[in-house]
Design a protein around this ligand. Structure first.
Ligand SMILES: Nc1ncnc2c1ncn2[C@@H]1O[C@H](COP(=O)(O)OP(=O)(O)OP(=O)(O)O)[C@@H](O)[C@H]1O
Length: 706
């Protein structure tokens, strides 16, 4: 029996075959693993090609599998599968090599004559080279193969690099380094990113060691025995299950010294990393806990919908044993269930209408001489009093009000305090608590009775940007400080629930030296990503720890058309255009989503689409899977965490985007800016749900942002 490894490209090519051919190819690989010399496989050396390591085997009369042989190690790399002619055409130009500088295993195209003759002229020969200031030696250090140096030197514009990447003339790891240089990074920055741990010595014939490096594992997966081979062949459909980016893998695996924070723009695989981290912890840490004191991993999210999705996806990567050691829950649900067990008989105040009524009652305490609206009090409560657990006038007099737009002197604080006191009293007499109160009560219970602490080895937090400081203080209290305690994943660009920016350090969570940022967007085309990012231009985005985040070096690997922005005369015309765009692009309704700012607008769109005989499926709460033939419809808040082949961000009209009442009811300029930023974030979230195509449609008057 031999070891077999697969490249990600192998699975891409496998999926292009018919199901029957796929199963024949799988059978051939399994037979090959048992006996490479089996007569039916016609194992053949492809001697006349660029790379003497290349071989082929037969899957059937016509389908060929191209592989590279490391015969000394009994290791074979499955690279490509296709019908006879395209398979050999693919193999003729390919090389598989261990890069002597980075140690990663690379597969790349070497074009005919490229080695001897001058490189192909760039589309803009008069411009300076993209990499003129970088030395050859440095390009090689970044993992550019020697054969590709001429090509890299000939690159003049971004499209040259993108084309070379698309044609696989540059291996993926080297492309990332080159992309960063092109986007303005210094050589040191790019090198630190692509080669964070340079191998001491690289043996370019040792394929086993090369395959073990995270850079290689981003593109190869090894099946050492029959069982592993079965597992790989069964799970290859979604790449994220197997091929983690080296940055993702480094985060997902290994013992961490304390809390880790992972940032990354939309679609960079933060949730994927968090899930793989949960799996690793369940297997390696919780799995080795003392019998009788089994530990668990708690995976928390902000929204209930995301928790349900994650539960489902964990099934795809975890064994049932590992799954048993992971609890997935949105934090509110965890808190409610924990407090209930402790005999807490308060309800959570969730209903916006009820909340408004209670505030109106409390507002009657406002002295007539104070000219502050109800909105001011609600904001002050949510942004100053609750996050800082202020329970008395004395505390309020001393409280920090940084970031609030309306100034208050001490005397004014004294005068308005009765409103807050009354609100708290009303809550108590109605047996109600706000979520921040519940977080605080739960934390205080845990701090005074450590024996109530659940037996957790680790807490993973997704959607961290929407959790406030009370939530983080509770999370800190849930698990004792130590290795692997907290793994926090978020993106300040997607803060859409009106929460204060949190500073982890102030919640007792010290992430110094343990933070990372993911930069490759796997979901969205670069064209859609760029439009989404442009909406946030000028908005200051925090890094969850008091600093600033940026989208520097954030990019997508896929390309597609620039999103279409159009304004129609009426809602009906817009609905018609959505249906035509779906038809024109051959899109299945269930793979698309129409997204609007308000529930009411979603309802109107639904009616307009249904009147045109388009069955619709509205996503709200915990919706079931969309039936075939039905078009998804959702609000901007609801689509967070989801993805579709195409999204129609619809009714992007003046007054709706940004939503006028939200902006106009802000009590001061600072709050107005915060709300406007959140409205922008909603658009950013909506657009970045698109895998292939995005449309921005409006009617009447288009939003001032377009
Ligand atoms: N290493 C990978 N290889 C291939 N696809 C990946 C990889 N990592 C993530 N993806 C895919 O990219 C998409 C986005 O991943 P994920 O939802 O984890 O991103 P995210 O950063 O949490 O996104 P968002 O913040 O926008 O919700 C998913 O379709 C996922 O399957």
């Amino acid at each position: 029996m031999v070891s077999v490894a697969f490249s990600d490209k192998y699975f891409d090519s496998l999926l292009k075959l018919t199901p029957n051919e796929q199963s024949q190819a799988n059978k051939a690989v399994m037979l090959f693993q048992q006996d490479p010399q089996h007569g039916g496989l016609h194992y053949e050396k492809l001697t006349a090609f660029k790379d003497s390591k290349l071989r082929s085997i037969r899957a059937n009369q016509d389908v060929r599998i191209i592989l590279a042989a490391a015969e000394k190690e009994d290791l074979y790399l499955m690279l490509y599968v296709a019908h006879h002619e395209p398979a050999y055409a693919w193999a003729a130009k390919r090389k598989v090599e261990i890069n002597p500088n980075t140690g990663s295993l690379q597969v790349f195209t070497v074009e005919e004559r490229r080695e001897e003759a001058a490189p192909a002229p760039s589309s803009a020969p008069e411009l300076p080279g993209l990499f003129d200031t970088i030395r050859d030696r440095q390009l090689l250090q970044l993992g550019v193969p020697e054969e590709a140096l001429g090509l890299v030197r000939s690159m003049r514009i971004e499209a040259d690099l993108e084309t070379a990447h698309l044609n696989e003339q540059i291996p993926a790891d080297a492309y990332e380094g080159l992309f960063m240089l092109m986007a303005g990074a210094s050589f040191e920055e790019a090198y630190g990113e692509v080669v964070p741990a340079a191998p001491e010595a690289v043996d370019t014939d040792d394929f086993g060691s090369a395959l073990a490096r995270p850079e290689s594992r981003a593109h190869f997966t090894v099946a050492e025995n029959e069982e592993a081979l079965q597992a790989v062949l069964n799970q290859s459909l979604e790449k994220w299950r197997v091929f983690l980016h080296p940055a993702q893998r480094r985060l997902a695996e290994g013992t961490k010294n304390g809390p880790v924070r992972v940032l990354g723009g939309a679609g960079t695989g933060k949730t994927v990393v968090a899930m793989h981290r949960a799996k690793w912890l369940a297997e390696q840490v919780a799995g080795s806990s003392t019998p009788g004191q089994e530990q668990k991993v708690l995976f928390t999210t902000f929204t209930r919908n995301l928790a349900a999705d994650i539960k489902q996806n964990l099934h795809k990567i975890c064994s049932s044993q590992a799954l048993e050691r992971i609890d997935v829950m949105n934090l509110d649900a965890w808190v409610v269930s924990f407090l209930k067990k402790q005999g807490y008989d308060y309800g959570l105040l969730m209903d916006a209408q009820q909340q408004k009524r209670l505030w109106e009652e409390a507002y009657s305490e406002k002295p007539a001489a104070i000219d502050l609206g109800l909105a001011f009090f609600q904001e002050e409560w949510a942004r100053v009093i609750q996050p800082q657990s202020i329970g008395s006038l004395d505390d309020y007099k001393k409280a920090s009000r940084i970031g609030r737009g309306t100034r208050l002197n001490r005397q004014q604080r004294v005068e308005i305090w009765p409103v807050f006191e009354r609100f708290r009293h009303i809550l108590a007499s109605n047996y109600l608590k706000e979520t921040d109160d519940a977080y605080r009560d739960a934390r205080q219970l845990l701090e005074t009775n450590p024996e109530l602490r659940p037996n957790l080895c680790s807490v993973i937090v997704d959607e961290a940007q929407d959790m406030g400081s009370q939530a983080f203080m509770l999370l800190r209290a849930l698990v004792p400080p130590g290795p692997n305690d907290l793994f926090i994943v978020g993106d300040g660009h997607q803060r859409i629930y009106g929460k204060n920016k949190v500073v982890l350090g102030q919640c007792g969570i010290d992430i110094r030296g343990r933070s990372a940022r993911l930069k490759v967007n796997y979901r969205t085309t670069d064209e859609t990503r760029k439009l989404a990012v442009s909406i946030l231009e000028g908005v200051e985005v925090d890094d969850l720890d008091g600093g600033q985040d940026s989208q520097q070096f954030y990019h997508s690997l896929m390309h597609g058309p620039v999103p279409e922005v159009r304004c129609f005369d009426s809602l009906d015309e817009q609905a018609q255009a959505i249906l035509e765009a779906m038809q024109g692009n051959g899109l299945a309704p269930e793979a698309c989503c129409v997204i609007a700012r308000t529930r009411r607008e979603v309802g109107e769109l639904k009616a307009a689409l249904e009147s045109r005989q388009q069955p619709c499926h509205q996503l709200d709460g915990r919706s079931a899977a969309t039936p075939d033939g039905e078009l998804n419809l959702a609000t901007m808040h609801r689509v967070k965490g989801l993805e579709f082949d195409a999204v129609f961000v619809a009714s992007v009209n003046r007054g709706l985007v940004p939503l006028a009442p939200v902006i106009q009811s802000a009590a001061d300029a600072v709050t107005r800016r915060q709300r406007e930023n959140e409205e922008r974030a909603l658009l950013y979230v909506s657009l970045t749900r698109a895998r292939k195509l995005a449309f921005v449609y409006g009617y009447g008057q288009m939003s001032e942002w377009f």
